[in-house]
Design a protein around this ligand. Structure first.
Ligand code: SAH
Length: 342
């Protein structure tokens, strides 16, 4: 719930309005695990909350730390027996958490493990939020940055994501500025336009991965509904409306989308957009059989884009050793949580 929602609820119980803020601070900032610990609420109020409400919490099922200590992957159990993966990335500028927004994913991208079992359900706003708190409970470290780049398509669960964003950036929450939050989408054009209209100031990342419709239809199937001639103008408008640079993610797959011709086409496609390209040598997903090109090809691709005036970064690979890199997160089953999908 947002603060307004809690205000409405406690108002319907005849409580003073400021109780809502106290509750929000306990829930979204202090990460209270029970109503009992909410010591600035009268005992009777705590008892009533106990009878009428529950605080659900993610349960740590598995923790995997990369040998270099920079990346930690968590498998968290949800109240209904499902599970999600969350990743903590320690950078020199701070700590970012990569959050999941759905159990599984229905977008069907050809190279991504999160979509192998389809979508099971959306996460609630609380479950998205609690990933940040659960990482804090486990590591004692507070995230400074958030990326919505874990399992699921955030714009396919936008209502919950909006509640999450409101709470996490609020002073009664964690006060993480939207400028430090990146939302990654495979390209749900109407939702990108909705997001632009809210002017939240978050960074938009778009999973492009191909410079033409023929190839993108195969790699990122949502392209069949929202082709490049709709997606690119929506990105242009997002950048214009928000003043924020759009990130274009491009996973380089050997022999599929990594030729000089593809680089030239990509440069032409993005010409003049306020944005930059993030090249990601594709990560291993054994079921998919795609491989990454060598460093030389990656650099050649990069240089062609730069010559056309594009800003380009190559994503530093973190977490590959523990299956925590982009596209390696996977839906876990209920009863056999921790199992790989068949
Ligand atoms: N559904 C959103 C959020 C997932 S983010 C989206 O599509 O953007 C995960 C990012 O990793 C996306 O850019 C996705 O396309 C990319 N990705 C998926 N599988 C990958 C793989 N095997 N190697 C590298 N990047 C991958």
């Amino acid at each position: 719930m947002t603060l307004a929602g809690i205000e409405e609820l406690v108002g319907s119980w005849g409580w003073p309005r400021y109780r809502a803020r106290q509750l929000a601070v306990w829930l979204w900032q202090k990460g209270a695990l029970s109503f009992q610990e909410m010591t600035d609420l009268p005992l009777a109020a705590r008892q009533m909350l106990n009878e009428r409400a529950v605080i659900t919490r993610l349960e740590l099922l598995e923790r995997l730390a990369a040998p270099d200590g920079e990346t930690v992957k968590f498998l968290f159990g949800l109240a209904d027996g499902q599970g999600v993966e969350t990743v903590l990335l320690r950078h020199d500028y701070g700590r970012s958490v990569c959050l999941s927004t759905q159990v599984g994913c229905r977008m069907g991208c050809a190279f991504c493990a999160s979509t192998l079992g389809g979508r099971v359900r959306d996460l609630t706003a609380g479950e998205i939020y609690d990933q940040v708190l659960a990482v804090r409970r486990c590591e004692g470290e507070q995230a400074t940055h958030i990326v919505l780049m874990g399992i699921g398509e955030p714009l396919d669960n936008l209502a919950a994501v909006l509640v999450f964003l409101e709470n996490v950036s609020a002073p009664y929450g964690l006060g993480i500025s939207p400028r430090r939050i990146t939302l990654s989408t495979c390209g749900l054009v109407p939702r990108i336009r909705d997001l632009a209209s809210y002017r939240l100031g978050l960074t938009l990342a778009v999973s492009l991965h191909a410079p033409n419709n023929e190839l993108r239809d195969r790699l990122v199937p949502i392209n069949r509904w929202y082709p490049l001639e709709e997606l690119i103008p929506a990105c242009r408008d997002y950048a214009r409306a928000t003043g924020r640079r759009v990130t274009f993610e491009y996973a380089l797959i050997k022999g599929v989308n990594d030729s000089d011709g593809h680089a030239l086409q990509l440069g032409a496609l993005l010409k003049g957009i306020l944005g930059h390209v993030n090249l990601i040598p594709v990560n291993d997903v054994p079921e998919r059989g795609f491989t990454a090109p060598g460093a030389e090809r990656v650099n050649a691709f990069r240089r062609i884009l730069e010559r056309q005036g594009m800003a380009v970064t190559v994503r530093r690979e973190m977490g590959a050793a523990i299956g925590a890199a982009c596209g390696q997160l996977r839906r876990r089953r209920g009863p056999g949580r921790g199992e790989e999908p068949a």
